[in-house]
Design a protein around this ligand. Sequence first.
Ligand code: 9D3
Length: 261
Amino acid sequence: MDFGIVTIFPEIFDSFLSHGIIRRAIADRIITVRAVNVREFAKDRHRTTDDRPYGGGAGMVMKPEPLAGAIAEARRLIPAGRTILLSPQGRPFTQSVAAELATLEGLIFICGRYEGVDERIAACADEAISIGDYVLTGGEPAAMILIDAVTRLLPGALGGEDSAEKDSFSDHLLEYAQYTRPPVFAGEDVPEVLLSGNHALVEDWRLQSSLARTLANRPDLLKDKRLTRREKQILKQWCDYIEGLVSGPDSDCAAASSGEK
Ligand code: 9D3
């Protein structure tokens, strides 16, 4: 996979590209990454990349000419690339979008700064992608997230020991809690069952851990999930437990509270 990045801050990517699985993927030629500096395509004396919005309003807009020059250069470097504008207005990035992008030969990311890019540049991208409902200062962190999520799906990128198959979201459950040595840390024990060597009990504990985390943090995932008999049984047990908690009298009910007649 060949990545191109169109940005006014190419140095932001240096550390990201120099560590861990991404660095190894580059060393192993699984990916290439080329950043194109928009400022080099600004031909005026001050190398201007932004301008005031037509119609007025706060903030600045990225000028089309330098961006167009940088995008043309990225397309020359990565001819088989799909061009993606990173934008708060884009379609949401998910694991299935990552899997779709991982099938392509090349990806060119256009990173906006200021309040966004001139719409005529937005229109020349193949699509626009957002990484979520929060406000960034520019598209660069989003480009890193897409490169990261796509790269680990490429054959050989994880070095075999950890396959990208059995990940969270693929089965609508968050991953279970994990522990390693020592058996007691900061006064907290590792759950006994994990030391028991009983594989069936370990599997069941992990399922309970996954279900509890998903219920607490991502109940939306459970809505889309076909539950197994055991998963239903675990959830019912918790329901019954909660039912017991809420069936007693209210502590703030005057008639029931102690010390009154
Ligand atoms: C005040 C209106 N803002 C739109 C939500 C202006 C604006 C804020 C932040 C315009 C651009 C940006 C910079 N953000 C990105 O470039 C960006 C982004 C994001 O902010 N959130 C989630 N995904 C992305 S992808 C690119």
